[in-house]
Design a protein. Structure first.
Ligand code: ATP
Length: 327
């Protein structure tokens, strides 16, 4: 999409952002475009996942009022603490974008963060899709370095989940649970996915990209686009969520806990993870090359999943495993 189109769409969204009707004629005059051009831009925004209605005689209206990500507001909220935060409009995947910047040597600041309004190719684990409609979520990627080396990546991903659960409780009084190794749930519905990717091994440590997709206020269209139970933070908390503030708080929380992790390793997080464990003491199945059934006991000092099976307590580790409720 051209830069001019992006600017126009942002102007259109600002005009509609209060959730009131705006006629096509007024929008066309304000933006200096034809009514057909306005209709085309609206259609593109709908395709990006925005619920925009058209009512004959009244014009266009956003189903919900909208606050856009705003680089100036984020910078003001940061008050020069934390690391830089780059705001993009529409991107393929914030993880892919940040990965490229790290590999090109453009980013090496710990905690450097990239956020976007929408992703056209948002990813989950193993090539799965992450539904990423415009201005409805947080698409957040942060750079970090694992000084302990690649073997600490599992613990890091669990610490990220803990950071999110802690922040949700502190800031929005929401009780979130963590599904090992990397998803955050509320009331058994998925709120947030975490995708930790390795960006390379340029030195003793290892560069990682921490990707977080968190639903904030999903449009009606989500129903046909997500194939499991999901929830958004607006519904879960009953509050209006200011995403600019959330970006800043999340970066801060992650940097604090990951700094602790780099000093202590995962052992100081075991108890907290087990408190958030979605399947604590429940029957589960762990799906990988084979399927293991047993009682989920929590995690060990390295972050491996402990399951009590018929053969005793076993520890499971590795990125190719998926945990589910047992039947
Ligand atoms: P695993 O336990 O292996 O991680 P998962 O189904 O949670 O399994 P992920 O790779 O973590 O897989 O996340 C991708 C999945 O999340 C998608 O296949 C889809 O079911 C679900 N999903 C996609 N977009 C969203 C979203 N915006 N909100 C909630 N869930 C989503």
């Amino acid at each position: 999409m051209s830069k001019a189109s992006l600017v126009t769409q942002r102007q259109l969204l600002s005009a509609l952002s209060h959730g009131e009707f705006q006629s096509g004629q007024v929008l066309a005059e304000t933006l200096g475009l034809s009514r057909t051009a306005i209709a085309n831009h609206i259609q593109q925004l709908q395709q990006l996942g925005l619920d925009i209605y058209k009512v004959r005689g009244r014009g266009y209206c956003l189903a919900e009022s909208l606050t856009l990500l705003d680089a100036a507001k984020i910078s003001q909220l940061r008050q020069s603490s934390g690391a830089d935060i780059l705001v993009q409009n529409i991107t393929d995947s914030t993880n892919s974008q940040l990965m490229q910047k790290v590999q090109d040597g453009l980013v090496n600041e710990l905690g450097y963060t990239l956020v976007a309004e929408a992703q056209t190719a948002g990813r989950g684990r193993r090539g799965r899709n992450w539904y990423s409609p415009f201005a409805a979520s947080l698409y957040f990627s942060m750079y970090w370095r694992l000084e302990q080396g690649i073997q600490a990546a599992m613990g890091l991903s669990l610490v990220v989940a803990i950071a999110i659960a802690r922040l949700l409780k502190q800031q929005y009084q929401v009780d979130a649970k963590v599904k090992w190794p990397n998803d955050v749930y509320i009331d058994g519905k998925k709120l947030c996915g975490i995708l930790v990717e390795l960006a390379g091994q340029a030195h003793a440590g290892c560069d990682v990209i921490i990707g977080i997709g968190m639903n904030i206020r999903l449009p009606q269209q989500a129903l046909g686009n997500i194939d499991q139970k999901y929830i958004d933070l607006t519904i879960a908390s009953g509050q209006v969520i200011e995403r600019n503030l959330l970006v800043v708080l999340l970066q801060k929380q992650l940097m604090t806990l990951l700094t602790q992790f780099s000093h202590t390793g995962f052992s100081s997080f075991v108890d907290e993870f087990n408190q958030y464990n979605q399947y604590r003491d429940k029957t589960v199945k762990l799906i990988g090359n084979t399927e293991i059934r047993g009682i989920c006991l929590g995690v060990d000092q390295q972050g491996a999943l402990l399951i009590e099976t018929a053969a005793g307590v076993q520890a499971y580790f590795g990125g190719e495993l998926s945990l589910r409720a047992g039947d």
